[in-house]
Design a protein around this ligand. Structure first.
Ligand SMILES: [Zn+2]
Ligand SMILES: [Zn+2]
Length: 132
């Protein structure tokens, strides 16, 4: 099966997965924005079964109850999000993919938290909060 790969800015942390994409969205929540120092974060989800860190193991930050954010301990790149409420899944930042241009976001979550100066007219579904 073809593997999708990605890496951090310095290249120390790398990953590969072969499972399906379970999630593809922009997240406008304040936690993701702070974590990425960007106006929006872009995620893709995949089952943990089929996913592996292939280089240096990223460091973990417990950002809120039941939520772990992974990042490169060398260059600081945010790498992934894992939460108790997404059992068996890992959410990767689409911009860390080896070929980020192949990613297709499908929706926006926490759109009500978006920054007022960040304008989007992409026609995608916009959820005020989480998608569920
Ligand atoms: Zn790095
Ligand atoms: Zn978020």
């Amino acid at each position: 099966m073809t593997k999708t790969t990605g890496h951090c800015f310095c290249g120390a942390v790398t990953f590969a997965y072969s499972g399906p994409q379970t999630w593809a969205c922009y997240c406008h929540c304040t936690d993701c924005r702070r974590n990425c120092a960007a106006p929006v974060a872009t995620f893709l989800g995949t089952p943990l079964d089929g996913f592996e860190w292939t280089g240096q193991t990223p460091k973990q930050f417990n950002s809120s109850k039941g939520v772990i954010r992974h990042f490169c301990d060398t260059c600081g790149t945010p790498m992934a999000f894992q939460a108790d409420h997404y059992v068996g899944e890992i959410h990767l930042y689409a911009a860390t993919l080896t070929e980020p241009e192949t990613f297709e976001p499908r929706s926006h979550v926490y759109y009500n938290s978006r920054l007022p100066w960040f304008h989007l007219e992409d026609g995608l579904k916009k959820y005020g909060g989480s998608a569920d």
